[in-house]
Design a protein. Sequence first.
Length: 314
Amino acid sequence: MKIQWIQDFLSLVDTGSFSKSADIRATTQPAFSRRIKALEEWLSAPLFDRSESPVCLTDAGGKFFPIAEETLNRLYQCKDEISRENLNSINVISFAATHTLSSNFFPSWLNKVEETLGIVRTRLESDHMDKGKQSLIKGHCHFMLCHTHPKVDINLNQHHYISVVVGQDRLIPVCAPDQNNQPLMQLPGTSDKPINYLGYTPSSGVGKVVQHLLLTDRESVHLDTIFESYLVGVLKRMCCEGRGIAWLPEQQITEELKSGKLVKAHNGSQEHEKRWSVDIDIKLFRAREALPNNAEQLWHYVAENAVGKLLKSA
């Protein structure tokens, strides 16, 4: 018996389709079918009536379903509890941060903190914002670091989580220059000739801010999304190669702007600068419940020396 088989079983119950569940479980349909068959062989009974469409549970499958669901939930609950206990039993402060902030903001920010607090034993998990949020919610880290914007809700309940602004940045639209050092593509584009757009995937925190900006001005901007990634570094490289425009954090492209590898994708006027750029905050989030002493000490210092006042809501 493998946990994977139980996950497959519950997915198939939910979708009623081998092909849909195979896509969800990121595998091929033949491989998915073999795993369901392996579970049925382990139980010595067919779990699904394959003559129906969508497939439905047999009597044996109906009996196994609540047990499988409860077993998986209890396993995950136990895993979370053990993870939280282990996290609080060691003298290490754990952070979850986006890839961009992990490589370009976190090291220098931590150095400034350690100038006052001394060396802090830390652990950093780097991923996209949604993964970091889940890590915080499940208690797998003490703090989460991500980009935010006042009008974009990242869905952390203000009764359970608080945050503080620890940095600021600005998203600006950029692209490669032409031979005259002018932008290859200029906003807003036209309906006849939309601009090649290098966008963020839905899991990206920065992407949520850009999406808000574009929805606000959607009737007058004309973009053709040709590529998506949650990695700022990948989008920056694609921009430098002349593939399209992207909204990138200014702190991540300072050298490229200075060297001329990238230019702002508009006419450079003050009006366009205001219209197409958006200020963003870098926030540190935590749960309201008490943290280990060393984590509380760090939070107290950060809150006292934050860019803005301690925010009572996420």
